[in-house]
Structures are given as structure tokens and as C-alpha cells.
Design a binder for this molecule. Structure first.
Ligand SMILES: Cc1cc2nc3c(=O)[nH]c(=O)nc-3n(C[C@H](O)[C@H](O)[C@H](O)COP(=O)(O)O)c2cc1C
Length: 139
């Protein structure tokens, strides 16, 4: 089995309410748990940044479903790597909304307090998500 990590960003097609975001998260947790895909989803009112880790076939299938989801668009693949171990093994899908707690990390990795993954390098996106994993209480 080949383990891979995939990171992409996207923009919301319309402003999502909390119920819609919770729906996405609960579907992600349920589906990913079944196929042992783990990862993290960061978002604000405009953008998503997601990391998916797991067996290559499973990550590719999940990503394919995500690509076709009308709730977001302009999906940009930022990183796709073979890995030897997972970084987010505790979360079927951890979730970090933008908040005052995430702003310092945004500044550190993008130079801007407003979260905009399109303005970040893939490596910085991973670095920020690793620090978020360590510092934010995930819901
Ligand atoms: C930003 C975003 C992230 C998503 N992340 C996942 C995910 O990690 N896993 C997943 O199965 N579905 C995810 N989805 C939902 C999928 O696009 C799709 O709706 C879902 O896989 C369909 O599952 P179902 O056939 O069980 O309803 C995400 C959707 C969006 C908009």
C-alpha cells in the first residue's frame, strides 16, 4: 500500500452557513473513517484548504468526489506526495475555522492575517496545518 498526502485549496461558490459547513465535516468524517483517510480542513467564509492522507487509491477517490462538489470551485492542487507516515492520524477530518487563534499562524506562513491559501506556497500550507494540529483544539 502506498501512503500519500494531498493538499488542495478551493473557493466557496456561495457563502456557506454553519449548517452547510457542519454537513461537509460530518460527511467527511463518516466517509473518511470508512476508508482510513485522515486529514485537516481549514476554512473561512471564502476559502477551503484541505489535507488528505491515506492509501493512494482511497485518497484519489475522495479527492475525485470533492472535485465534483458544487459547493466549491477553482480547486487548485498544491501538493501530492508519497509519505512514509501520516501527520494527521488522529483525525478522520480535523477542522479549523479561521479565528483570532489562527491569525498569528496565518501571518507567520503567509504574511497576511487574513486566510487566503491561494496566496501561499504548498509547503507553507502544510507547515501551517502542522502547527494548527499542535495548537488548536480541533472540533
Ligand atoms: C471543502 C470540502 C471538503 C470535503 N471533504 C470531504 C472529505 O474529506 N471526504 C469526503 O468523503 N467528502 C468530502 N466532501 C464532500 C464530498 O465533496 C462529497 O459531497 C461526498 O464525498 C459525497 O459523499 P456521499 O456520497 O456519502 O454523500 C467535501 C466537500 C467540500 C466542499
Amino acid at each position: 500500500m502506498y501512503l500519500v498526502r494531498l493538499i488542495y485549496c478551493s473557493a466557496v461558490t456561495h457563502e456557506l452557513n454553519m449548517q452547510e459547513v457542519e454537513q461537509i465535516i460530518s460527511t467527511a468524517k463518516e466517509n473518511n473513517g470508512k476508508v482510513e483517510v485522515t486529514g485537516l480542513l481549514c476554512f473561512n467564509r471564502k476559502y477551503f484548504l484541505q489535507c488528505l492522507e491515506g492509501a493512494r487509491t482511497n485518497v484519489n477517490k475522495v479527492y475525485h468526489n470533492i472535485l465534483n462538489d458544487p459547493r466549491h470551485h477553482q480547486v487548485v492542487l498544491l501538493e501530492y506526495d508519497e509519505i512514509s507516515r501520516r501527520e494527521f492520524s488522529d483525525w478522520a477530518m480535523g477542522c479549523v475555522p479561521e479565528s483570532d487563534l489562527t491569525k498569528p499562524l496565518c501571518i507567520k506562513y503567509s504574511g497576511n492575517s487574513e486566510f487566503n491559501p491561494y496566496e501561499m506556497r504548498g509547503e507553507s500550507c502544510l507547515g501551517m496545518m502542522l502547527e494548527l494540529r499542535n495548537s488548536v483544539a480541533l472540533i
